[in-house]
Each structure stands twice: as structure tokens, then as C-alpha cells.
Design a protein around this ligand. Sequence first.
Ligand code: IFM
Length: 473
Amino acid sequence: MTAGSADSSRGAITFPTNFVWGAATAAFQIEGSTTVDGRTDSIWDTFCRVPGAVVNGDTGEPAVDHYRRMREDVRLMADLGLPAYRFSVAWPRVRPDAGPVNSAGLDFYERLVDTLLEHDITPWVTLYHWDLPQTLEDQGGWANRETAYRFAEYAESVLVRLGDRVSNWTTLNEPYCSAFLGYGNGVHAPGRTDPRATVAAVHHLLLAHGLGLAAIRAHAPNASAGVTVNLYPVRPADPDSPEDVEVARRVDGLQNRIFLDPLLRGAYPEDVLADLEPFGLADHIAASDLQTISAPLDLLGVNYYTVHNVTARPEPTDRQNTDRPSEWLGVETIGFRGLNRPRTAMDWEVHPDGLTEVLLRLNREYPKIPLYITENGAAYHDSVVDGGIHDPDRVAFLDGHLRAAHAALSAGVDLRGYFCWSLLDNFEWAEGYAKRFGIVHVDYETQVRTPKLSARWYSQVVRDNGLPAAENL
Ligand code: IFM
């Protein structure tokens, strides 16, 4: 594969022919209609009912009402000229437990896929984007090995229905968040704070991936299949401090390598196994699990947002370790230190260079595999100017990250596509509707969709298969 034109980081750039361009969403974040057509509760429906769990008490109802406005949303994508759309299937609509398949739930996704195909938009389906059926959580959730087998059965139901029409599949989205935010610090559903359950969840999510992949292979043998992980460069704040270097090793282990190594090398990293020994990771690994987990992939999805700059000696201005309990990290304290870069509305620092770093690392340290950026984007406080939604910060964010992706391509990385997060403003998990990631604005009162400046800009990027020189922005 050639990298198209490899100009300077600010000059005009062109992506390779056949580069996949798209936008992404996830079921619970957009669909609404949480009680119709046989859908049952997910852990997020339950979590939203917990006072204080989600900003403003927001829920998945009506979200952006996509379940009922699906055709309008697909037309919108077609108007923007988006060639691909990444969405997730809601497990609790399809097969909430070991019982029968809910055909009405699958009907929705069949309509969605067919509508996309009618508009020449390629569907990219994610089987699990965090909405575990509550019935399964009641039986232990991801801490229970049985959940992986239930996932395989659910995956098979989806594949039987859609396998003839969908040729791009990913099993899980960001298993890090499912395990560590859901079972570790409790900021995401199901809101548990149990390190032993967390490491069990890591392994069972990976096992679910492997079993789900087998279902894809069985029912869509010609499809392209993989999994999406969220990766961060993890840097020691002071590279000369052995304590900071050690903290960076541990954080990198739990954030990145605990998923990448089993998936791509067939083994957990020795240092991570040792770090997690008190919490029993090894106890969950049955004989053929790692073989199942490391079955060959056609692609790896990479979600990228920011970097972690970590220190063992936090100062008062450092973000403290609220979301990565130091208990697991085996260190007294850990802080996340800012690097004086602009921040998004999520308070995440903007580091396009980190995307190049992540892609180069994959290329260098892991077996070669086609890579797709399955999410990248930013929340900002958009302003209305002359009736339009003016989001120049988001345009600059996307521009910078696309240039960073192109730099990796130019260095020989097999990067095949890019999906912007997100198509629409939506339910940003514990942040509710307060944070807007969409390139299309949604008025939550009226559900009116308005493409932002960034949507028009992205549409042009897709049409040109590249970017103009930065000064022409
Ligand atoms: O909204 C989320 C998405 O569901 C998973 N990746 C990160 C996004 C922004 O936080």
C-alpha cells in the first residue's frame, strides 16, 4: 500500500486509494426506544437510575431517537457523502439471556443495514459497545465466565441474520472501559468497584471476543473481522525518575498491553500477570483460552483520544488517580500531569502526535495487521453563528489527527481507514448529554439534526480523499 502523497505535516495530503472513511455511533448512545419491540434493560438503563451516577440524571431515553429516525439519519450520512458507518447492535434487543432470540430486535438492524446498502454506505457492525443485558449482570456480569458463552450465542444470532450482508465486523468496543470503568472504579455501568471482578472481566471479555470471532467465521466466512481497543501512549512525566518510569510501565500494562498481548501474541504480559497476581488474573485462564483469544484477526480497530503522562509524585495541579485505582497498580499514588496543551470539553489534552505514536508502536511491537482508526474525535462547546453550528476547534482537532494518521501511513503503517466519533451528538455515558462529540448537532428538545461546520469540512475531506494545506482551513 502506498501512503498517497506524503507531504509535510501542514501541507496538502492525500490518503491511499480505497482508504475507508466513515463515522461511528453506538446503540445505547443514540437509539432511545429502550422499552419497545422486546428490548430488555441493559446495565446502562439500570445505572442511569442510580441517583448521581449520570450527570443531570440523564438516561438513554430518548437519546437522539435514532431507533425511530433511522432512515432520516442514513439519508443525512448519504448527503454528507460518508462511504461507511460504524454502529453497534444492542445485545438486550436481540438475546438478553440464554432464552430465545428476539426477532423484532434483529428486524431493526436488518432494516438499518438494508437502508445503508441502498445508499451505498458500507455497514461496520460492532457486536458489543457496553450495553450488557441486565439479566446477565444479575448472574455476575463480565466477572462470570458464562457471560462469554452468552455473548457467543448472541453473536451467532446476529450473524445468522446479517452475515450475508455485512462484511465488516468487530466483536468488542474498548474492553478496557467495560472492565476497568465498569467493575473497577464504578464510573460506568454496572458501577462495581471490585479489583478481582475487574481482572475476571478483562479475561472474560477477551474470551467473549474469541468466541464471537468464531461465530463470525462460521457464519460470514468471507467477512473481515476484528476487535476495537482504546490505546494511549503512556509516558513517564519525568523520564529520569525510576518511580515515574515504573508507574508508566504499570499503567501501560493495564491500559494497552493487557489487551494487545493476548489478542496479538497469545499471552498476557508476564509483568502484568505479576502485577495482578493479588487479584487472581491467572486463576481465570483455562487451557485453550489464549488460543481462542488470539485467533487470527483481519483488522485491529484503534480508538484514540489523548495521551497519559503519568507521575508517581503528583502535585496538587495533577489530575489524581480517580479512575485507575492505585491499589491495582501497586503504587502509593499516581497522577496524570497535563502538558499545557489545549483541552477538549472532556478536559482531555489534545495530542495528535500520540496517534502517530500509537500506530507506530503497533507496527513495531506487534505482528503486522491492517489497522483502522475506529474512533477519533472531540467534545467541544459548540456555538451557534448565523443559524449554523460553528465548531472550528473540532475541525482543527480532526485536521491534526488526520495529519498524524497520515504521518504513520508515510512511515509504513498499514492503516486502512478512519471513523470519526461521532456522527451525531449523543449520550456521553456518565456525562449524559452535557458533552457533545457529534459532527452533526442534535437539538435535544426537537431532535432536529444540523450538520456542524465540521460535518461539512469532513464531507469535503472524504470527497477529496485528503486534506488541503493547513493554512487553507
Ligand atoms: O462516547 C465514547 C464511545 O462510546 C467510546 N469511545 C470514547 C467515546 C468518547 O468518550
